[in-house]
Write a protein that binds this ligand. Structure first.
Ligand code: ZN
Length: 272
């Protein structure tokens, strides 16, 4: 599932592949996860234009197109952008394809189709609720633990729930919330406002490390998500129910928290 590191990876790859390229043709399947736009309007809006810049805000990708447009792409659960030769076979899960000059093609793959693609003016993109309501980018705010504590510590919700709220901090999902809380030895059920300054210091460091480790791991052109068939689990806690905690050997517990799986070590992260 894409969280900040995976979306940052996508932004870096898209910059290499696409910035300065001209879009010559667009294919959008009827089942493409387009929002507020018809496939024909997407094609008419993009063909003939150049990709100028790729930005990331939290888990959102903003692909700036000349003419003042932004292709706003949220990868949902299984979305990914890949770069193929223009005549490569089209995968079944290719939902949108941008044919670029230089005989390359950007395929947007999304098996579960929970991603979201929009084409907006730059002003409308900045004002769009999915962008305008985002909290500070978690990697940025974690550079200053006091700012991170200020962004999160007012909440009376459980810390894991607060962390995953994109309006509190942008970029954290289920995986990195679990990994960082474990490394910082904080229970996911602890109330955010009850954590100490020291807790937030450790959590800021742990979040940064978990995310930068993941980014450093991604060296292939195509990212693999943990849900992909035969993908390895590179995480210490996430998805490791009944396996020993890497720190103390106690078996990892899976619990449900607001309908989502939460993984934690009951010894390293005692319940509040
Ligand atoms: Zn432990």
């Amino acid at each position: 599932m894409p969280e900040l590191p995976e979306v940052e990876f996508a932004a870096r790859r898209l910059r290499e592949w696409a910035v300065g390229r001209r879009i010559e043709r667009v294919e959008a399947r009827p089942e493409a996860p387009l929002r507020d736009i018809e496939p024909s309007t997407l094609k008419a809006g993009l063909v003939g234009r150049r990709i100028q810049r790729v930005r990331r805000r939290g888990k959102q990708l903003l692909i700036d197109i000349d003419g003042g447009l932004v292709l706003l792409s949220h990868l949902g659960m299984t979305g990914k952008w890949v770069n193929r030769p223009v005549d490569a076979p089209s995968p079944d899960n290719a939902r949108v394809q941008l044919f670029l000059d230089g005989a390359r093609r950007l395929d947007y793959l999304d098996t579960r189709r929970l991603g979201r693609i929009r084409l907006l003016s730059r002003d409308d993109a900045a004002r769009h609720p999915e962008i305008a309501r985002l909290g500070p980018d978690v990697l940025e705010v974690c550079k200053t633990p006091a700012a991170f504590a200020e962004a999160v510590g007012w909440s009376n919700r459980a810390i894991k729930v607060a962390l995953m709220d994109q309006e509190v901090v942008a970029g954290v999902g289920n995986i990195y919330a679990a990994e960082a809380l474990w490394a910082a030895r904080i229970s996911p059920f602890q109330t955010a406002s009850k954590l100490s300054e020291g807790d937030y210091n450790r959590l800021a460091v742990a979040m940064t490390e978990a995310m930068t480790e993941s980014l450093a791991r991604e060296t292939d052109d195509e990212i693999r998500y943990i849900q992909d068939r035969a993908a390895p689990n590179p995480f210490k806690i996430y998805g490791r129910t009944d396996q020993p905690c890497p720190a103390c050997g106690t078996l990892i517990i899976r619990a449900l928290q607001q309908g989502r799986s939460t993984f934690y070590c009951p010894v390293c992260q005692p319940d509040p």
